[in-house]
Design a protein around this ligand. Structure first.
Ligand code: SF4
Ligand code: SF4
Ligand code: FES
Length: 264
């Protein structure tokens, strides 16, 4: 076909069950305008190597399954057109900062575990009210906007793969769980700040983020985890400030009151 280009795909291969080290395999893909990286992988599997492994499901940027490193950027294979990346060569590796299950399939369990730890659901102080609500908790459009963009996360792991702190500290909570902690903190129906505080405040928690923002640059859904993390830090610092003032008032009850020397 006239518009077809032959583009080499170089792919990092590794099967922990049989391989002692990684290798790179190169396959020539016939690329038509508009073809996605995911379609290129399907072509390789059909024509060259049926053992190539990757994960996908929806093919439309919704399920979060097909995150991988494409020419150095963590992104979704189904949402990335080959010619938008390069008309010359494509290099693909699994998402960094996760163990590899096989080839391009990362083990995302650590992210899901950390996500569970921050309690990603609405928490009410009154558990009876939470479990037997007598009606809806109304929310205005303005209140919805406070957390809406953070709720678009599809748990693809691209932000975790791009985060330099994750690369040096595997215990770091990471941008996906931290952004979701703020998603609930910013929700007017939620009262879970104290329930999440110990997790956020632990070593390798919220304050390990150094705000490089690479997580927000790569997010394929337009979520801004770096912003969420900074807003969550502000919330934690305000809490600390209020605790300090309360403690100070208990220890020095007269502090702040006008003195006799003020003439009052
Ligand atoms: S914040 Fe964005 S990049 Fe990170 S897991 Fe969610 S959708 Fe993926
Ligand atoms: S802003 Fe924080 S979470 Fe995002 S990439 Fe940088 S260190 Fe990681
Ligand atoms: S296959 Fe579902 S996001 Fe790519």
């Amino acid at each position: 076909m006239a518009d077809t280009r032959k583009i080499p795909f170089t792919i990092l291969r590794f099967n922990p069950e049989t391989d002692t080290k990684h290798r790179f395999d190169t396959f020539i893909v016939d690329v038509l305008p508009g073809m996605t990286v995911l379609e290129g992988l399907h072509q390789i599997k059909a024509r060259h190597d049926a053992t190539l492994a990757w994960r996908y499901s929806c093919r439309m940027g919704v399920c979060g399954s097909c995150g991988m490193l494409i020419n150095g950027r963590a992104t979704l294979a189904c949402n990335t057109q080959i010619l938008d990346v390069s008309p010359i060569a494509i290099a693909i590796a699994p998402l960094p900062n996760f163990p590899i299950i096989k080839d391009l399939v990362p083990d995302l369990d650590s992210m899901f575990q950390k996500h569970r730890e921050i309690k990603p659901w609405i928490i009410r102080e009154n558990s009876i009210e939470q479990n037997t609500a007598k009606g809806e908790f109304y929310q205005s459009p303005e209140q919805l906007v406070e957390y809406l963009q953070f709720s678009y996360c599809i748990k693809c792991g691209c932000c975790m793969a791009a985060c330099p702190t994750m690369a040096t500290d595997a215990q770091y909570l990471g941008p996906q769980p931290l952004a979701q902690a703020y998603r609930y903190e910013a929700d007017s129906r939620d009262q879970g700040f104290n329930a999440r505080k110990p997790v956020l405040d632990r070593d390798s928690g919220l304050f390990s983020c150094h705000y490089g923002s690479e997580c927000s640059v790569v997010c394929p859904k337009g979520v801004d985890p770096a912003k969420a993390i900074q807003l969550m830090k502000r919330r934690m610092l305000l809490d600390l400030f209020h605790l300090y003032r309360k403690k100070n008032a208990e220890l020095c009850p007269d502090q702040g009151k006008p003195s006799a020397q003020d003439g009052s």
